[in-house]
Design a protein around this ligand. Structure first.
Ligand code: CU
Length: 167
């Protein structure tokens, strides 16, 4: 029942986002396999659970870079504190600072993966930035192990990193 109400709420937020921010290219919704929600926007005018990215703090700021000929997501370790969020969604901003297309794949570290594994995939053109919003209820639900991994799913040798969740 609670899940159904949530679905209706997020569905509504999505419709509102479409009307009020015609410039933001939005995508996302519920992952069919895991039942988890995430919202991706190519502009800070996009929305997550009824709030504009521009009005929310960016909690994790990541860059795809080419450092000395090595493709990497920078920084290699990020810490996300969940205490005192008062229901605000988590915002992850990803920017491609390199001259080639790269992917951003956020998932539970495979050694600790649960059936409710988080699995967000985004592709960024050179110079592009995207905002990823995750409702806080969905994030706490999925991070029992407290560790998520980010990597590029387009290049096997592209170095990734870890997102440590501090409760
Ligand atoms: Cu890559």
């Amino acid at each position: 029942m609670g899940k159904l109400v949530l679905s209706v709420f997020f569905g509504l937020a999505f419709v509102v986002a479409g009307v009020t921010s015609s410039f933001a290219l939005q995508s996302g919704g519920m992952n069919q396999k895991t039942g988890l929600w995430s919202f991706v926007s190519d502009s800070d005018q996009g929305m997550v659970v009824g709030m504009k990215y521009a009005e929310l703090d960016v909690n994790v700021d990541l860059y795809a870079m080419d450092i000395g000929g090595i493709k990497t997501w920078y920084p290699p370790v990020s810490i996300l504190r969940l205490a005192g969020r008062a229901g605000r969604p988590v915002v992850i901003k990803v920017t491609n600072k390199s001259s080639a297309e790269h992917g951003f794949h956020l998932s539970a570290d495979s050694d600790y993966a649960a059936p409710t594994d988080m699995n967000i995939k985004v592709v960024l053109k050179p110079g592009e930035t995207k905002w990823i919003g995750i409702p806080i209820s969905d994030l706490t639900y999925v991070t029992a192990a407290g560790l998520l991994r980010y990597k590029c799913h387009l290049h096997e040798k592209h170095l990734g990193g870890y997102l440590l969740i501090q409760k």
